[in-house]
Design a protein around this ligand. Sequence first.
Ligand code: AMP
Ligand code: ZN
Ligand code: FE
Ligand code: FE
Length: 295
Amino acid sequence: MHIHSTCSDGSFTPREVVELAMQKGLKAIAIADHDTVEGVAEAVAAGQERGIEVVPAVELSIQNEQEKDFVELHLLGYFIDHQDEELNDVLDRIVQARIEQKIRQIKVLQDDGIDVSVEEVFSLVKGVPGRPHIAEVVMRRNPGRFASKEELFAEYLTVDGKAYTKRSFSLTLAEAIKVVVKAGGVPVLAHPGAYDKVKDIEAMMCRAQGIGLRGLEIAYTYNKNRPHHGLAAAEMQALLARFKALADELGLVQTGGSDFHGEGKDIELGEMGMDYVEFQELKAKSSFIDTLSPL
Ligand code: AMP
Ligand code: ZN
Ligand code: FE
Ligand code: FE
């Protein structure tokens, strides 16, 4: 219930994701690309052919000034009307800001003597550009310069890195929640345990609940993603339990998702997914009845 495709930084097309879901015997999936709904229609159509319910979704990136400059939060919008005009207008603005930001980031890398071109990076982009597109070209063009992609990110691309620049346009959390709700969707805060730069995540979630947040992503592949890569099973359980308790306390619906990006991460499609009852609970929070997917 939280999957990326080639429309953002995933390695499988929306149709390929649906095929894979079928092979795995999944009944429902959500395409939740970063700041775009471009992959939704293709996935919904493929899902109808294959008998899999495809939930129209999006993962909005928010640079939330209120918590701390540069802290990036991710808000999932599930069961959205992906044709909603206001949502699409906002997404266009975010994508434009991303394009402009990536060009600035590439220039910083070039000024530092790193071989990378705007054209080559953007030739990899099928929808929305992301830092992984830059990383792929830098690693390919500059063999030996960085021991790993992780090292490149640490030196240049993370928030504290030399090539990090802020986007010229970003939603606040309140605006992002509002745009998801207006598009009929359920706003869910993604991977709450991953925001290591937020000082008091509990307080932040209380505030988010007060401004319309309806759900929290509980089950999540923390041990396979930053900043908790390799987390031991017991610590992982503790992290999940901490946010489950908070969701219960705040009356937030609980979701689960793999954050599958395809190749390059050892995450399986469907990992940390939701059972049917949880899925129905989430669906019930949506005011958009997906007529495209009558399963
Ligand atoms: P962007 O959407 O351009 O901000 O890039 C975000 C994506 O970059 C994430 O979805 C991750 O896949 C990737 N990413 C972010 N930080 C790191 C890191 N430290 N190491 C590897 N990949 C990262
Ligand atoms: Zn991603
Ligand atoms: Fe995310
Ligand atoms: Fe994601």
